[in-house]
Design a protein around this ligand. Structure first.
Ligand code: OGA
Ligand code: NI
Length: 356
């Protein structure tokens, strides 16, 4: 990025936000971060967040847990889990290692992402044009930096993983193994609740576990910006670790926004749009967004189970009958994801015509 042609000064926007020394001097955010009025979070009615289900995965009544997961996946598309089996120590270490990652110099982050010959380790700002694409005219940017990479449970290709910050491989390796087990446990219970075999979902769709560390620097004007605009995750399921004490995640339900405030030792589970589609709408993907705040940066660690690249994204035959015919064009996940990255929420209406 430092090597980019910067002769008119206009390319300063291409720098990672976390490494921009000028952002705290802005009295107004640059215009390309200003969201259209209808997307902003400034005037929306917020509902109290005590309605979002909290599910105890450590309970002994399996049928009860399955029912709770199914109900939450149908009504909210998002829920929180406690007694999930991941230690507080590992959750804290993971959060800290990603905060450290985003705190490193931009050049170092780039080096740490450059070991994989397939280029699947990425660090970029806003959407996905960093470091060598240019912003299109009129494109509204997200107030965030993103770092991501695939994280298969085998130690395969661990030498591509960052070796900075200290202990990255050890901590994130352990975290992603535990989150994989947790994601499978949730998908299996959901499968049971839906009346298919427990392993049906990931056996049918395959899986590409991926870790994403979102970083939202403090923003001079949270009333006009967003960290991420409203979306459903293009995953089967997502498990999100929020930074304690820093609010930012919102869920949309029945046209209203609910703050999903962080609770220590709790994971947020998002049903992904791919699962909504695969179940022909039997469960729904949670519609959510992240807002910014002016006081402090916020980091979140997002673990996603994407399908495998060649899985065909369409309702599975188990969920299709005459009353619920399927509509839409179908493509494999690789193509779907490319389309999604480009078009976001429009993907649903245009391609699948499934009601939310
Ligand atoms: C995401 C996302 C929310 C957050 O990365 O898809 O919705 O709180 N993140 O960072
Ligand atoms: Ni999301």
């Amino acid at each position: 990025m430092e090597t980019m042609n910067n002769n008119n000064g206009d390319n300063s926007e291409m720098k990672l936000l976390a490494n921009r020394l000028d952002i705290h001097r802005f009295s107004e955010v640059p215009k390309y971060y200003v969201q259209p009025a209808e997307s902003r979070a400034d005037k929306v009615m917020m509902v109290k967040n005590d309605s979002i289900p909290i599910i105890n995965l450590g309970g002994h009544d399996r049928a009860h847990i399955i029912n709770q997961i199914l109900k939450a996946s149908q009504e909210y598309g998002l829920f929180q889990v406690i007694n999930h089996g991941v230690s507080k120590k590992l959750m804290d270490e993971t959060m800290n290692v990603f905060k450290e990652f985003h705190g490193m110099p931009a050049e170092e982050k780039k080096i740490q992402c450059s070991k994989d010959p397939d280029g699947k380790f990425k660090v970029y700002t806003s959407t996905n044009y960093f470091p060598n694409k240019t912003r299109k005219d009129g494109q509204v940017e997200c107030w965030k930096d993103t770092f991501l990479h695939p994280c298969p449970t085998s130690a395969e290709n661990m030498n591509y993983w960052p070796d900075k910050p200290h202990k990255y491989r050890e901590i994130v390796g352990e975290y992603t193994r535990e989150l994989h087990a947790l994601a499978h446990k949730i998908l299996e219970m959901l499968g049971e609740g839906l009346g298919v075999a427990p392993k049906y979902i990931y056996n049918k769709m395959g899986e590409t576990p991926t870790i994403v560390a979102q970083h939202y620097p403090a923003c001079p004007d949270p009333s006009v910006t967003l960290g991420i605009p409203k979306h459903r995750d293009p995953s089967l399921v997502t498990i999100l670790l929020q930074e304690e004490q820093v609010q930012g995640l919102h869920l949309e339900k029945d046209g209203q926004w609910i703050a999903v405030d962080p609770i220590p030792n709790v994971f947020v589970v998002n049903i992904g749009f791919i699962l909504q589609l695969m179940t022909n709408g039997k469960v729904v993907g949670g519609i959510h967004r992240a807002v910014t705040n002016s006081k402090t940066a916020r980091t979140s660690v997002v673990y996603l189970i994407y399908p495998s690249p060649k899985a065909i994204i369409k309702p599975a035959e188990e969920f299709v009958n005459e009353k619920t015919p399927t509509l839409g064009k179908f493509m494999n996940f690789e193509d779907f994801h490319a389309y999604y990255v480009k078009n976001g929420m429009k993907t649903e209406e245009e391609y699948f015509k499934i009601k939310p």
